[in-house]
Design a protein around this ligand. Structure first.
Ligand code: PA5
Length: 429
Protein backbone atom coordinates (compact mmCIF):
# COMPACT_ATOMS: atom_id res chain seq x y z
CA UNK A 1 0.00 0.00 0.00
CA UNK A 2 1.26 3.48 -0.90
CA UNK A 3 2.42 5.60 2.00
CA UNK A 4 -0.29 7.79 3.45
CA UNK A 5 -0.47 11.33 4.67
CA UNK A 6 -0.22 11.36 8.46
CA UNK A 7 -0.96 13.87 11.19
CA UNK A 8 0.82 13.86 14.55
CA UNK A 9 1.40 16.49 17.19
CA UNK A 10 3.70 17.44 20.02
CA UNK A 11 2.31 19.42 22.91
CA UNK A 12 5.33 19.39 25.26
CA UNK A 13 4.16 21.89 27.83
CA UNK A 14 0.68 20.67 27.42
CA UNK A 15 -1.87 23.18 26.30
CA UNK A 16 -4.41 20.37 26.12
CA UNK A 17 -5.55 18.39 29.15
CA UNK A 18 -5.35 14.57 28.96
CA UNK A 19 -8.31 13.26 26.96
CA UNK A 20 -9.32 16.74 25.77
CA UNK A 21 -8.83 15.97 22.08
CA UNK A 22 -10.68 12.67 22.33
CA UNK A 23 -13.59 14.37 24.08
CA UNK A 24 -13.72 17.05 21.39
CA UNK A 25 -13.61 14.45 18.61
CA UNK A 26 -16.53 12.68 20.21
CA UNK A 27 -18.49 15.90 20.52
CA UNK A 28 -17.72 16.84 16.90
CA UNK A 29 -18.55 13.41 15.45
CA UNK A 30 -22.11 14.49 14.50
CA UNK A 31 -20.67 17.41 12.51
CA UNK A 32 -18.60 14.96 10.46
CA UNK A 33 -21.72 12.91 9.74
CA UNK A 34 -23.75 15.98 8.76
CA UNK A 35 -21.01 17.20 6.44
CA UNK A 36 -20.67 13.80 4.78
CA UNK A 37 -24.43 13.57 4.30
CA UNK A 38 -24.48 16.94 2.48
CA UNK A 39 -25.95 19.79 4.48
CA UNK A 40 -29.12 21.23 3.02
CA UNK A 41 -28.35 24.77 4.20
CA UNK A 42 -25.08 24.79 2.24
CA UNK A 43 -26.39 22.89 -0.78
CA UNK A 44 -25.59 25.84 -3.04
CA UNK A 45 -21.88 25.65 -2.13
CA UNK A 46 -21.17 21.92 -2.06
CA UNK A 47 -20.51 21.15 -5.73
CA UNK A 48 -16.85 20.36 -4.90
CA UNK A 49 -17.56 17.79 -2.18
CA UNK A 50 -18.11 14.75 -4.39
CA UNK A 51 -15.14 15.58 -6.68
CA UNK A 52 -16.87 13.87 -9.61
CA UNK A 53 -19.67 16.40 -9.94
CA UNK A 54 -17.15 18.86 -11.44
CA UNK A 55 -14.21 16.63 -12.36
CA UNK A 56 -15.74 13.45 -13.75
CA UNK A 57 -13.94 11.56 -16.52
CA UNK A 58 -15.91 13.24 -19.29
CA UNK A 59 -15.06 16.71 -18.05
CA UNK A 60 -11.40 15.77 -17.67
CA UNK A 61 -11.35 14.45 -21.27
CA UNK A 62 -12.79 17.75 -22.46
CA UNK A 63 -10.38 19.88 -20.43
CA UNK A 64 -7.39 17.82 -21.52
CA UNK A 65 -8.41 18.17 -25.19
CA UNK A 66 -8.73 21.95 -24.80
CA UNK A 67 -5.43 22.06 -22.93
CA UNK A 68 -3.74 20.07 -25.72
CA UNK A 69 -5.00 22.65 -28.21
CA UNK A 70 -3.48 25.47 -26.16
CA UNK A 71 -0.24 23.57 -25.61
CA UNK A 72 -0.01 23.02 -29.36
CA UNK A 73 -0.25 26.71 -30.17
CA UNK A 74 1.05 28.78 -27.22
CA UNK A 75 4.39 29.43 -25.62
CA UNK A 76 2.75 31.62 -22.97
CA UNK A 77 -0.56 31.20 -21.18
CA UNK A 78 -1.90 33.98 -18.97
CA UNK A 79 -4.21 33.09 -16.10
CA UNK A 80 -6.31 36.13 -15.18
CA UNK A 81 -7.96 35.81 -11.79
CA UNK A 82 -7.75 36.64 -8.11
CA UNK A 83 -8.41 34.91 -4.80
CA UNK A 84 -10.01 31.54 -5.29
CA UNK A 85 -9.86 31.97 -9.05
CA UNK A 86 -6.09 31.65 -9.35
CA UNK A 87 -4.67 30.40 -6.05
CA UNK A 88 -5.11 26.66 -6.57
CA UNK A 89 -3.70 26.42 -10.09
CA UNK A 90 -0.77 28.64 -9.13
CA UNK A 91 -0.13 26.52 -6.03
CA UNK A 92 -0.08 23.29 -8.08
CA UNK A 93 1.97 24.66 -10.97
CA UNK A 94 4.58 26.19 -8.66
CA UNK A 95 4.79 23.06 -6.48
CA UNK A 96 4.90 20.50 -9.28
CA UNK A 97 6.92 22.50 -11.82
CA UNK A 98 5.83 20.70 -14.99
CA UNK A 99 8.47 21.26 -17.62
CA UNK A 100 7.20 20.85 -21.15
CA UNK A 101 4.30 23.31 -21.39
CA UNK A 102 3.99 27.00 -22.15
CA UNK A 103 5.16 29.55 -19.61
CA UNK A 104 2.30 30.26 -17.20
CA UNK A 105 1.89 33.92 -16.27
CA UNK A 106 -0.46 35.36 -13.67
CA UNK A 107 -2.53 38.51 -14.13
CA UNK A 108 -5.68 40.05 -12.75
CA UNK A 109 -4.41 39.70 -9.19
CA UNK A 110 -3.13 43.25 -8.82
CA UNK A 111 -4.06 46.82 -9.70
CA UNK A 112 -0.41 47.88 -9.78
CA UNK A 113 0.37 49.85 -12.93
CA UNK A 114 4.04 48.87 -12.67
CA UNK A 115 3.17 45.18 -12.49
CA UNK A 116 0.71 45.41 -15.36
CA UNK A 117 3.25 47.25 -17.52
CA UNK A 118 5.89 44.65 -16.61
CA UNK A 119 3.56 41.83 -17.67
CA UNK A 120 2.82 43.46 -21.02
CA UNK A 121 6.55 43.89 -21.58
CA UNK A 122 7.14 40.25 -20.71
CA UNK A 123 4.43 39.14 -23.16
CA UNK A 124 6.30 40.90 -25.98
CA UNK A 125 9.00 38.30 -25.52
CA UNK A 126 6.68 35.39 -26.38
CA UNK A 127 5.69 34.21 -29.82
CA UNK A 128 2.18 32.93 -29.21
CA UNK A 129 -0.07 33.91 -26.31
CA UNK A 130 -3.35 32.45 -25.02
CA UNK A 131 -5.28 33.83 -22.04
CA UNK A 132 -7.95 32.58 -19.65
CA UNK A 133 -9.99 35.05 -17.60
CA UNK A 134 -11.48 33.35 -14.55
CA UNK A 135 -14.20 35.15 -12.61
CA UNK A 136 -17.26 33.70 -11.00
CA UNK A 137 -19.60 36.63 -11.49
CA UNK A 138 -17.32 38.99 -13.42
CA UNK A 139 -17.74 41.98 -11.15
CA UNK A 140 -14.36 41.71 -9.48
CA UNK A 141 -12.30 44.71 -10.46
CA UNK A 142 -8.81 43.20 -10.83
CA UNK A 143 -9.59 40.42 -13.36
CA UNK A 144 -12.16 42.63 -15.08
CA UNK A 145 -9.73 45.41 -15.97
CA UNK A 146 -6.79 43.07 -16.61
CA UNK A 147 -8.95 41.12 -19.06
CA UNK A 148 -9.80 44.29 -20.93
CA UNK A 149 -6.11 45.31 -21.16
CA UNK A 150 -5.08 41.85 -22.35
CA UNK A 151 -7.90 41.61 -24.90
CA UNK A 152 -6.74 44.92 -26.34
CA UNK A 153 -3.15 43.63 -26.38
CA UNK A 154 -4.12 40.45 -28.22
CA UNK A 155 -6.33 42.28 -30.72
CA UNK A 156 -3.58 44.73 -31.48
CA UNK A 157 -1.05 41.98 -31.90
CA UNK A 158 -3.07 39.31 -33.73
CA UNK A 159 -6.17 41.08 -35.07
CA UNK A 160 -9.69 40.69 -33.68
CA UNK A 161 -10.49 37.29 -35.20
CA UNK A 162 -7.23 35.58 -34.28
CA UNK A 163 -7.35 37.16 -30.81
CA UNK A 164 -10.75 35.53 -30.23
CA UNK A 165 -9.22 32.08 -30.89
CA UNK A 166 -6.74 32.83 -28.16
CA UNK A 167 -9.20 33.87 -25.48
CA UNK A 168 -10.73 31.55 -22.92
CA UNK A 169 -12.93 32.67 -20.07
CA UNK A 170 -14.16 30.66 -17.09
CA UNK A 171 -17.33 31.95 -15.49
CA UNK A 172 -20.83 31.14 -14.37
CA UNK A 173 -23.17 30.14 -17.18
CA UNK A 174 -25.59 33.02 -17.76
CA UNK A 175 -23.20 35.64 -16.33
CA UNK A 176 -22.09 38.79 -18.14
CA UNK A 177 -18.79 37.03 -18.86
CA UNK A 178 -20.70 34.27 -20.62
CA UNK A 179 -22.50 36.89 -22.72
CA UNK A 180 -19.21 38.60 -23.59
CA UNK A 181 -17.80 35.28 -24.78
CA UNK A 182 -20.85 34.50 -26.91
CA UNK A 183 -20.81 37.92 -28.55
CA UNK A 184 -17.11 37.79 -29.35
CA UNK A 185 -16.51 34.12 -30.08
CA UNK A 186 -14.30 33.37 -27.05
CA UNK A 187 -14.21 29.85 -25.61
CA UNK A 188 -16.24 29.68 -22.41
CA UNK A 189 -15.46 27.24 -19.59
CA UNK A 190 -17.59 26.59 -16.55
CA UNK A 191 -17.19 28.05 -13.10
CA UNK A 192 -19.73 25.77 -11.41
CA UNK A 193 -22.62 27.58 -9.78
CA UNK A 194 -22.38 25.39 -6.67
CA UNK A 195 -18.68 26.04 -6.02
CA UNK A 196 -17.16 29.16 -4.46
CA UNK A 197 -13.76 30.46 -5.58
CA UNK A 198 -11.62 29.06 -2.79
CA UNK A 199 -13.21 25.62 -3.14
CA UNK A 200 -12.75 25.50 -6.92
CA UNK A 201 -9.49 23.56 -7.32
CA UNK A 202 -11.24 20.48 -8.76
CA UNK A 203 -13.20 22.36 -11.42
CA UNK A 204 -12.41 24.03 -14.75
CA UNK A 205 -11.14 26.97 -12.66
CA UNK A 206 -8.18 25.09 -11.20
CA UNK A 207 -7.81 22.15 -13.54
CA UNK A 208 -7.68 23.88 -16.93
CA UNK A 209 -4.63 26.09 -16.18
CA UNK A 210 -2.94 23.12 -14.53
CA UNK A 211 -3.58 20.93 -17.58
CA UNK A 212 -2.22 23.63 -19.90
CA UNK A 213 0.92 23.81 -17.74
CA UNK A 214 1.34 20.02 -17.98
CA UNK A 215 0.28 18.98 -14.50
CA UNK A 216 -1.09 15.43 -14.51
CA UNK A 217 -4.65 16.49 -13.66
CA UNK A 218 -5.97 12.93 -13.82
CA UNK A 219 -3.58 11.96 -11.03
CA UNK A 220 -4.41 15.12 -9.10
CA UNK A 221 -8.15 14.47 -9.30
CA UNK A 222 -7.55 10.84 -8.34
CA UNK A 223 -5.68 12.13 -5.28
CA UNK A 224 -8.73 14.23 -4.41
CA UNK A 225 -11.02 11.22 -4.84
CA UNK A 226 -8.75 9.02 -2.74
CA UNK A 227 -8.61 11.58 0.06
CA UNK A 228 -12.38 11.94 -0.11
CA UNK A 229 -12.74 8.16 0.18
CA UNK A 230 -10.47 8.19 3.19
CA UNK A 231 -12.16 11.09 4.98
CA UNK A 232 -15.63 9.71 4.31
CA UNK A 233 -14.70 6.30 5.74
CA UNK A 234 -12.44 7.06 8.70
CA UNK A 235 -14.37 7.13 11.99
CA UNK A 236 -14.44 10.41 13.89
CA UNK A 237 -11.75 9.47 16.43
CA UNK A 238 -9.25 8.64 13.66
CA UNK A 239 -10.49 11.00 10.98
CA UNK A 240 -7.51 12.93 9.63
CA UNK A 241 -9.51 16.07 8.82
CA UNK A 242 -11.63 16.07 11.96
CA UNK A 243 -8.52 15.63 14.12
CA UNK A 244 -6.88 18.60 12.42
CA UNK A 245 -10.07 20.69 12.67
CA UNK A 246 -10.52 19.86 16.36
CA UNK A 247 -6.87 20.40 17.28
CA UNK A 248 -6.71 23.83 15.69
CA UNK A 249 -10.00 24.86 17.33
CA UNK A 250 -8.81 23.60 20.72
CA UNK A 251 -5.58 25.57 20.47
CA UNK A 252 -7.62 28.61 19.46
CA UNK A 253 -9.83 28.16 22.51
CA UNK A 254 -6.69 27.87 24.67
CA UNK A 255 -5.65 31.36 23.60
CA UNK A 256 -3.51 30.80 20.53
CA UNK A 257 -4.42 33.45 17.99
CA UNK A 258 -2.40 32.34 14.96
CA UNK A 259 -1.69 29.11 13.14
CA UNK A 260 1.58 29.08 11.24
CA UNK A 261 1.94 26.66 8.35
CA UNK A 262 5.66 25.94 8.34
CA UNK A 263 7.39 24.08 5.53
CA UNK A 264 10.93 23.36 4.44
CA UNK A 265 10.28 22.97 0.70
CA UNK A 266 10.11 26.46 -0.84
CA UNK A 267 8.06 25.17 -3.75
CA UNK A 268 5.17 24.97 -1.29
CA UNK A 269 5.16 28.76 -0.91
CA UNK A 270 2.19 29.32 -3.21
CA UNK A 271 0.43 26.33 -1.72
CA UNK A 272 0.73 28.05 1.66
CA UNK A 273 -0.89 31.14 0.14
CA UNK A 274 -3.76 28.97 -1.08
CA UNK A 275 -4.05 27.54 2.44
CA UNK A 276 -4.00 31.02 4.00
CA UNK A 277 -6.80 32.16 1.70
CA UNK A 278 -8.92 29.07 2.26
CA UNK A 279 -8.84 29.37 6.04
CA UNK A 280 -8.79 33.16 6.44
CA UNK A 281 -11.68 33.79 4.08
CA UNK A 282 -13.72 30.85 5.31
CA UNK A 283 -13.24 31.25 9.06
CA UNK A 284 -12.43 34.88 9.78
CA UNK A 285 -15.85 36.28 10.63
CA UNK A 286 -18.10 37.13 13.57
CA UNK A 287 -15.05 38.37 15.52
CA UNK A 288 -13.59 34.85 15.61
CA UNK A 289 -10.92 32.55 14.18
CA UNK A 290 -7.24 31.80 14.01
CA UNK A 291 -5.19 34.09 11.79
CA UNK A 292 -3.38 31.82 9.31
CA UNK A 293 0.22 32.71 8.47
CA UNK A 294 2.98 30.84 6.65
CA UNK A 295 6.71 30.34 7.10
CA UNK A 296 9.03 29.17 4.35
CA UNK A 297 11.90 27.60 6.23
CA UNK A 298 14.73 27.48 6.81
CA UNK A 299 14.80 31.05 5.40
CA UNK A 300 12.08 32.38 7.71
CA UNK A 301 13.83 30.91 10.74
CA UNK A 302 16.29 33.74 10.18
CA UNK A 303 13.45 36.25 10.39
CA UNK A 304 10.22 35.33 12.15
CA UNK A 305 12.06 32.43 13.84
CA UNK A 306 13.26 34.84 16.52
CA UNK A 307 9.70 35.95 17.25
CA UNK A 308 8.43 32.39 17.37
CA UNK A 309 11.11 31.33 19.84
CA UNK A 310 10.95 34.31 22.19
CA UNK A 311 8.21 36.75 21.16
CA UNK A 312 4.59 36.85 22.32
CA UNK A 313 3.30 33.29 22.74
CA UNK A 314 0.40 33.70 20.33
CA UNK A 315 0.84 30.96 17.77
CA UNK A 316 0.98 27.24 17.25
CA UNK A 317 2.48 25.58 14.21
CA UNK A 318 1.49 23.04 11.61
CA UNK A 319 4.58 21.65 9.91
CA UNK A 320 3.86 20.44 6.39
CA UNK A 321 6.72 18.00 5.80
CA UNK A 322 7.69 15.92 2.76
CA UNK A 323 9.30 12.52 3.39
CA UNK A 324 10.89 12.24 -0.06
CA UNK A 325 11.74 15.63 -1.57
CA UNK A 326 12.60 13.92 -4.87
CA UNK A 327 16.13 15.28 -5.15
CA UNK A 328 19.60 14.80 -3.71
CA UNK A 329 22.61 17.07 -3.36
CA UNK A 330 25.63 15.81 -1.44
CA UNK A 331 28.04 18.35 0.04
CA UNK A 332 31.34 17.92 -1.83
CA UNK A 333 34.70 17.54 -0.06
CA UNK A 334 36.87 20.64 -0.01
CA UNK A 335 40.25 21.40 1.54
CA UNK A 336 39.81 25.12 2.01
CA UNK A 337 39.01 25.00 5.70
CA UNK A 338 35.62 26.71 5.43
CA UNK A 339 34.43 25.15 8.69
CA UNK A 340 31.85 22.85 7.12
CA UNK A 341 33.89 19.62 6.87
CA UNK A 342 31.66 18.00 9.48
CA UNK A 343 29.00 17.90 6.76
CA UNK A 344 31.14 16.53 3.90
CA UNK A 345 29.23 13.85 2.03
CA UNK A 346 25.95 14.59 3.82
CA UNK A 347 22.90 15.19 1.65
CA UNK A 348 20.95 18.46 1.68
CA UNK A 349 17.78 16.42 2.08
CA UNK A 350 19.11 14.90 5.31
CA UNK A 351 20.37 18.27 6.57
CA UNK A 352 16.99 19.88 5.77
CA UNK A 353 15.17 17.14 7.65
CA UNK A 354 17.46 17.51 10.67
CA UNK A 355 16.88 21.29 10.61
CA UNK A 356 13.13 20.69 10.53
CA UNK A 357 13.23 18.26 13.49
CA UNK A 358 15.46 20.67 15.44
CA UNK A 359 12.98 23.48 14.81
CA UNK A 360 10.07 21.41 16.07
CA UNK A 361 12.06 20.41 19.13
CA UNK A 362 13.08 23.97 20.00
CA UNK A 363 9.61 25.38 19.37
CA UNK A 364 7.87 22.58 21.28
CA UNK A 365 10.20 23.11 24.26
CA UNK A 366 9.15 26.75 24.23
CA UNK A 367 5.55 25.65 24.69
CA UNK A 368 4.42 25.93 21.11
CA UNK A 369 2.11 23.08 20.09
CA UNK A 370 3.58 21.56 16.91
CA UNK A 371 1.42 19.58 14.51
CA UNK A 372 3.06 17.66 11.70
CA UNK A 373 1.21 16.85 8.51
CA UNK A 374 3.59 14.54 6.68
CA UNK A 375 3.22 13.71 3.00
CA UNK A 376 5.24 10.91 1.37
CA UNK A 377 6.29 13.04 -1.63
CA UNK A 378 5.13 15.94 -3.76
CA UNK A 379 3.49 14.70 -6.92
CA UNK A 380 0.15 15.42 -8.59
CA UNK A 381 -1.64 12.70 -6.65
CA UNK A 382 -0.40 13.95 -3.29
CA UNK A 383 -1.23 17.54 -4.21
CA UNK A 384 -4.78 16.40 -4.96
CA UNK A 385 -4.93 14.68 -1.58
CA UNK A 386 -3.63 17.81 0.15
CA UNK A 387 -6.10 20.11 -1.60
CA UNK A 388 -9.07 17.94 -0.70
CA UNK A 389 -7.83 17.32 2.84
CA UNK A 390 -7.51 21.02 3.62
CA UNK A 391 -10.82 21.98 1.97
CA UNK A 392 -12.70 19.30 3.85
CA UNK A 393 -10.88 20.17 7.09
CA UNK A 394 -11.62 23.85 6.54
CA UNK A 395 -15.32 23.10 6.16
CA UNK A 396 -15.26 20.99 9.35
CA UNK A 397 -13.22 23.58 11.20
CA UNK A 398 -15.72 26.32 10.33
CA UNK A 399 -18.50 24.12 11.60
CA UNK A 400 -16.66 23.44 14.86
CA UNK A 401 -16.01 27.19 15.19
CA UNK A 402 -19.62 27.98 14.35
CA UNK A 403 -19.25 30.12 11.22
CA UNK A 404 -20.49 29.82 7.65
CA UNK A 405 -17.63 28.22 5.64
CA UNK A 406 -18.79 29.51 2.29
CA UNK A 407 -19.55 33.22 2.51
CA UNK A 408 -17.21 36.21 2.79
CA UNK A 409 -19.38 39.20 3.68
CA UNK A 410 -16.41 41.15 5.07
CA UNK A 411 -14.65 41.54 1.74
CA UNK A 412 -17.52 43.67 0.47
CA UNK A 413 -16.85 46.57 2.87
CA UNK A 414 -13.75 48.04 1.26
CA UNK A 415 -15.27 47.39 -2.16
CA UNK A 416 -18.21 49.64 -1.30
CA UNK A 417 -15.88 52.62 -0.71
CA UNK A 418 -13.64 51.74 -3.65
CA UNK A 419 -16.48 51.40 -6.16
CA UNK A 420 -18.16 54.56 -4.88
CA UNK A 421 -14.92 56.53 -5.16
CA UNK A 422 -14.31 55.11 -8.63
CA UNK A 423 -17.76 56.22 -9.70
CA UNK A 424 -19.22 52.79 -10.41
CA UNK A 425 -22.89 53.23 -11.32
CA UNK A 426 -25.14 52.29 -8.41
CA UNK A 427 -22.26 51.98 -5.89
CA UNK A 428 -22.94 53.12 -2.32
CA UNK A 429 -20.31 52.82 0.38
O1 PA5 B 1 -13.03 32.35 -2.55
C1 PA5 B 1 -13.67 33.29 -2.96
O2 PA5 B 1 -14.91 33.25 -3.07
C2 PA5 B 1 -12.99 34.57 -3.37
O3 PA5 B 1 -11.65 34.56 -3.01
C3 PA5 B 1 -13.13 34.77 -4.88
O4 PA5 B 1 -12.57 33.66 -5.51
C4 PA5 B 1 -12.42 36.03 -5.34
O5 PA5 B 1 -12.94 37.14 -4.66
C5 PA5 B 1 -12.61 36.24 -6.85
O6 PA5 B 1 -13.95 36.24 -7.19
P1 PA5 B 1 -14.43 36.17 -8.70
O7 PA5 B 1 -14.11 34.82 -9.25
O8 PA5 B 1 -15.92 36.41 -8.67
O9 PA5 B 1 -13.68 37.24 -9.45
Amino acid sequence: MAERITLSYTDSRPALAPGELEARLKAAAPILEEVKAGEERYAGSLGWLSVDECAGEERLDFLLAEAARVRGMADAFVVIGIGGSNQASRAAVKALRPKDGPAILWAGNTISAAETRRLLGELDGYRSIVIDCIAKNFETLEPGIAFRVLRAYLEERYGVEEAARRIYATGTPGSSLDALCRENGYTFLTFPERVGGRYSVGTDVGLFPMAVAGVDVRALVQGMRDMRGRLFSEPAQDNLALRYACLRNLFYEHGYALEMLAFFEPRLSYFSRWWVQAFAESEGKEGKALYPVAACNSEDLHATGQFIQQGSPILFETFLTVADPGASVALPADRKGDGFDYLTGRDFREINDIACRATMQAHAERGIPCLELRVPKLDAHTMGELFYFFLFACYLSCRVLGVNPFDQPGVENYKGYMFKNLGKPGANA
